[in-house]
Design a protein around this ligand. Structure first.
Ligand SMILES: Cc1ncc(COP(=O)(O)O)c(C=O)c1O
Length: 404
């Protein structure tokens, strides 16, 4: 079956259309198979599925018609633009997508290189659980690809994988995916890119040479703040179906059918939300840039931003995540946040604008030294710009500044 012919050639078309659910009985909307197990007509048929001789569903931790359908649709979209076939596994959260993939690719004694500026939870995961499993974690500034190449070449670092986000959370640094992947592949390292801020609608790391993308689907992909989930995507069917699936099944990091169903509902409007949120992000960033009380705006869409050209090269638009540094101390920054009606919820990618103070929330456990090195000052505020009228957002930010 040529899926593009059946489901559409354009991202928006595929998103909006229902992807036929496995085991569906003609329902228009994907049915929710909220069952932990599946009956086999005979013992022989059950054995065939258990031993892998036949495909089928037996137990939801192994696979579920709702879950697999949503994973298939998300994988299809990842490869749509380049016309490549991708394969995906949904997991219970973004964190479990990262840990499941790391545990399936790496073993005790192996090394992984990570960029120092990452979501705080990911930094903690690498510093504690991944290290505890005997995997050596090397932090390195991946903006400097020449240094990366020379350290790999002269054998100072032995690693089998590289993990990074771009744009980074919350500094909005842009890392050159193509360059990093080219160096990595020369030395046999697998590249994993956390594409949560962009989704495959704005950026497709696999088309730029990455081996895997991971996502927190709890963010823009679901887009409504009512579901937790994670996603692992690759072109390598064998690795996804055998290695990653086995680790997911044994660690029990599978997503629940209801969460997958919610992702599917929210995902249908992703292009519309993204287009509108990118426009709003740009307007708010431009306004912030002009305010005297602002020290710095981190938004790659701004011409003056040091990552503007790099972002244009690999992103279709600049996203709706930004961070802003005030000319204030911790107490005044907290006061400023309190003046704003924006949701003070530690998440991103929802329809409404969300505010986060990284130093006292997402990055509280990474240590003051790391925060300082990665620009997470006490006066840094992260905003996930929503679907509101941007004029309301800009006015509110300016009014709040009067309290400083
Ligand atoms: C870039 C990024 N990756 C991963 C995660 C973890 O996702 P989850 O909260 O779904 O486990 C987050 C959470 O905020 C994130 O911002």
């Amino acid at each position: 079956m040529n899926k593009s012919t059946v489901f559409g050639k354009k991202y928006r078309t595929v998103c909006a259309r229902a992807w036929p659910g496995k085991g569906a009985t003609g329902t228009h909307i994907l049915p929710l198979h909220q069952s932990n197990a599946f009956e086999s007509p005979t013992m022989e048929e059950a054995i065939d599925v258990f031993t892998g001789r036949e495909s089928g569903f037996i137990y939801t931790r192994y696979g579920n018609p709702t879950v697999n359908t949503v994973a298939e649709k998300l994988a299809f979209l990842e490869g749509l633009k380049s016309g490549t076939e991708c394969h995906a596994i949904l997991t219970s959260s973004g964190m479990s997508a990262i840990s499941t993939l790391c545990y399936s690719l790496l073993k005790s004694g192996d090394g992984i290189i990570i960029h120092p500026s990452l979501y705080g939870g990911s930094l903690e995961l690498f510093a504690s659980e991944i290290k505890r499993a005997g995997i050596r974690v090397h932090q390195m500034d991946l903006r400097d690809t020449e240094r990366l190449e020379s350290l790999l070449k002269n054998g100072s670092i032995h690693a089998s994988a590289i993990f990074f986000e771009t744009p980074t959370n919350p500094g909005l640094e842009i890392l050159d995916i193509e360059k990093i992947c080219a160096v990595a592949s020369r030395y046999g390292l697998k590249t994993i890119v956390d594409n949560t801020f962009c989704t495959s609608y704005l950026q497709r790391p696999l088309d730029l040479g990455a081996d895997f993308t991971v996502y927190s689907t709890s963010k823009f992909i679901n887009g409504h703040g009512n579901s937790m989930g994670g996603l692992i995507v690759s072109r390598d069917e064998e690795v996804i179906r055998q290695k990653v699936w086995k680790t997911m099944k044994l660690l029990g990091t599978n997503i629940s059918p209801f969460e997958a169903w919610l992702i599917n509902q929210g995902f249908k409007t992703l292009p519309l939300r993204m287009d509108s949120q990118c426009r709003n992000g740009m307007k708010v960033a431009e306004a912030l840039e002009g305010f005297g009380w602002v020290e710095k705006v981190n938004y790659p869409g701004l011409r003056a931003n040091p990552y503007h050209e790099a972002a244009k090269k690999q992103m279709d638009d600049f996203g709706s995540m930004l961070s802003v540094e005030l000319k204030e101390d911790l107490a005044s920054t907290i006061k400023f946040c309190n003046q704003l009606s924006f949701s003070k919820a530690p998440t991103l990618g929802d329809p409404d604008t969300l505010l986060l103070h990284p130093a006292t929330s997402s990055h509280i456990n990474v240590g003051a030294k790391v925060r300082e090195e990665t620009g997470i000052t006490d006066s840094l505020v992260r905003l996930s710009i929503g679907l509101e009228d941007p004029e309301d957002l800009i006015e509110e930010l300016d009014v709040a500044s009067k309290s400083l």
